[in-house]
Design a protein around this ligand. Structure first.
Ligand SMILES: Cc1ncc(COP(=O)(O)O)c(C=O)c1O
Length: 476
C-alpha cells in the first residue's frame, strides 16, 4: 500500500529506470540537435495539450516523460544548434547536464547557513576575482544574469553615493551610459527609484563606442545644474554591435570625478580569458563593479550570471538585513557568516554555483577562452564574406563577435530594404535553416548575427550568406 502523502517514489528501482531513460533522452537530444531545424514553431495541438485544468491527481510518469521528450524537446528556442545566431544566447554544453542533476539531488538553498554548497559559491567568487585581477577586498555573487547583477551593482553604487540621507539625496543622482547601452540599465534606474531620465545617454563615435569628451561635458553640465553625478557605466560588448567602450579612459574619468565605475560586460567581459582579446578590455580591472554572464560566452546552461564588486563591503552595506528569524550564530547550521542573502535581494537562492564551478573546472579557462576567440575570428570571416559582395552591405564595423548587415541589391528605398530584410530574417527562422535576429542601426533595420556559439563552424556562415542571397533574390 503506497503512502499517499509522501512525494518520494514508491518503487525506487522503477524511478531509477525512468530517470536513466530521461537522461538518455536528454543526451540524445543534445547529440542530435544539429539534425533538427534550428527552430520550429510549437504546433497548435501541443499548445492546446498544455492547456488543461490544474491537475488534482497524480499523472502517469511515463506519459509525462513522453510529452517532454516528443513535444517539448524538439520545440526549444534553438540555441544549442550551430546556426542559432540570434540575440545573445549561449549554446550550453552536454556536460552541463551533470551538475544540474547533482544540484537537483542536493536541493540546496544558498541564501545562507553553513553547508558545502556555499563553499562552492565562495570558490566561484574567488575565481572571478582572480579572472579580473581584482584586489583582496573584492567579492561578488552568482545571480540569474546580467540584469540582476546590474541591479545589485548599481544599488550598491547608489547607496554609497546617497549615504544615510537615502531617497532625498538620491533624487539628485544621475548616471551615464552610452546610447548603445543595454536596456537593463535604464530598467535598473527605474527600479532603484532614480527614474529612467536620470540615466544620461552619451553619444557614440562611428564605431558605436562612447565618446569620453561628450561624457565629460555632460557631467560638467549636470554639476552646474546642481545635480549629483554618481556613476559611469561602460559597456564591454554592446548588445547591438559588440562595441567595447574606451574603458581605460572611462575608468580614469570616473576616478578623477569621484564616480563609481560599473562595466556591463554581459558577454564581452569574458573575452578576458583570451590573451589576444584581453587587451581590448583594458581598464575593466579598474571597475568598481562588473556585471557579466556565465550563460552567454562561457556556455554554462541557463541561467547563471555574476556581479563582481571591487569592495564587498559596498555590497554588504546595500543588502545586509538579518531579522531575528535569520539570526547568525558562531557554531551550528546558522554559522557561515555573512550569508549570501546579505549580498543581494534574494533570500532563497539555488545552487547555480555548482554548474559554474563544474564548467570552469571541467573545461579550464584556456579552452573557454579559445572558444571565444574562434567566434571572434568567425565574425571577421563573415564580415569578409559580406564586404566584397555587391548585394550585401555591412551596417557596422565588425568589432568583436557581432555582424550587422543587410541584403541591398541597389535601387531600393530604405523603407523597402527594412521590410525586405525583416522578411528575410523571418523566413530564415521559419525555414529552420538559421536563426539570426534583427536590430536597428542609425534607424535602419539590420540582420544581426551574434556569435556566442561554440558549435558554429565557417560552413554554417557560408550557408547563412548563401540563404540570405537566395531569399533576397526571391523577394525582389
Ligand atoms: C550588453 C548586455 N547587457 C545586459 C544584458 C542582459 O543580460 P541578461 O539577459 O543575462 O539579464 C545583455 C543580454 O543580452 C547584454 O547583451
Amino acid at each position: 500500500m503506497s503512502d499517499q502523502t509522501s512525494l518520494d517514489p514508491d518503487d525506487w528501482d522503477d524511478f531509477r529506470q525512468r530517470a536513466h531513460a530521461a537522461l538518455d533522452a536528454a543526451i540524445s537530444h543534445m547529440q542530435r540537435r544539429a539534425d533538427l531545424p534550428v527552430w520550429q514553431q510549437t504546433p497548435e495541438d501541443i499548445r492546446a495539450g498544455l492547456r488543461i485544468p490544474l491537475p488534482r491527481t497524480p499523472g502517469d510518469p511515463g506519459a509525462l516523460a513522453r510529452q517532454i521528450e516528443t513535444e517539448f524537446l524538439p520545440h526549444d528556442v534553438g540555441n544549442t544548434h550551430p546556426r542559432f545566431f540570434g540575440w545573445v544566447h549561449g549554446s550550453g554544453t552536454p556536460e552541463g547536464i551533470i551538475p544540474e542533476i547533482f544540484a537537483a539531488a542536493m536541493n540546496a538553498n544558498l541564501g545562507g547557513r553553513d553547508h558545502v554548497a556555499n563553499e562552492v559559491e565562495k570558490q566561484v567568487i574567488r575565481w572571478c576575482v582572480e579572472m579580473f585581477s581584482f584586489p583582496e577586498t573584492a567579492g561578488g555573487l552568482v545571480v540569474s544574469g546580467t540584469s540582476m547583477a546590474t541591479l545589485i551593482a548599481l544599488k550598491s553604487a547608489r547607496d554609497k553615493a546617497s549615504g544615510a540621507s537615502g531617497m532625498e539625496a538620491a533624487r539628485k543622482l544621475v548616471g551615464y551610459a552610452s546610447e548603445q547601452a543595454h536596456g537593463c540599465i535604464g530598467k535598473t534606474f527605474d527600479i532603484l527609484g532614480l527614474g529612467r531620465e536620470s540615466l544620461r545617454k552619451v553619444p557614440c563615435d562611428t564605431d558605436f563606442r562612447m565618446q569620453p569628451k561628450a561624457l565629460a561635458e555632460m557631467i560638467r553640465q549636470d554639476r552646474d545644474a546642481g545635480l549629483a553625478p554618481f556613476c559611469i557605466i561602460g559597456t564591454a560588448g554592446s548588445v547591438n554591435v559588440g562595441a567595447v567602450d574606451p574603458l581605460d579612459i572611462l575608468a580614469r574619468l570616473a576616478k578623477s570625478q569621484g564616480l563609481w565605475f560599473h562595466v556591463d560586460g554581459a558577454f564581452g567581459a569574458t573575452a578576458i580569458l583570451s590573451p589576444t582579446l584581453a587587451p581590448r578590455l583594458r581598464g575593466i580591472e579598474q571597475a568598481d563593479s562588473i556585471a557579466f554572464d556565465f550563460h552567454k560566452w562561457l556556455h554554462v546552461n541557463y541561467d547563471a550570471g555574476f556581479v563582481l564588486m571591487r569592495d564587498a563591503q559596498d555590497q554588504l552595506r546595500a543588502f545586509s538585513d538579518r531579522p531575528e528569524y535569520l539570526a547568525s550564530a558562531d557554531r551550528g547550521l546558522a554559522a557561515g557568516n555573512p550569508w549570501f542573502c546579505e549580498y543581494g535581494p534574494e533570500l532563497s537562492r539555488s545552487f547555480r554555483a555548482l554548474k559554474v564551478w563544474y564548467q570552469l573546472a571541467r573545461f579550464g579557462t584556456d579552452r573557454l577562452g579559445r572558444a571565444i576567440e574562434r567566434n571572434v575570428s568567425q565574425a571577421q570571416y563573415l564580415g569578409k564574406l559580406i564586404a566584397p559582395n555587391d548585394k550585401l552591405e555591412l551596417m557596422a564595423p565588425v568589432g568583436l563577435n557581432i555582424v550587422c548587415f543587410r541584403f541591398n541589391p541597389g535601387g531600393l528605398a530604405d523603407d523597402r530594404l527594412d521590410r525586405l530584410n525583416a522578411e528575410i530574417v523571418i523566413m530564415l527562422q521559419e525555414s529552420g535553416i538559421a536563426a539570426p535576429s534583427t536590430t536597428r542601426l542609425h534607424g535602419r533595420l539590420a540582420i544581426r548575427v551574434n556569435l556566442t556559439n561554440h558549435r558554429t563552424r565557417k560552413k554554417d556562415l557560408d550557408i547563412l550568406v548563401d540563404q540570405v542571397l537566395t531569399l533576397g533574390a526571391r523577394l525582389t
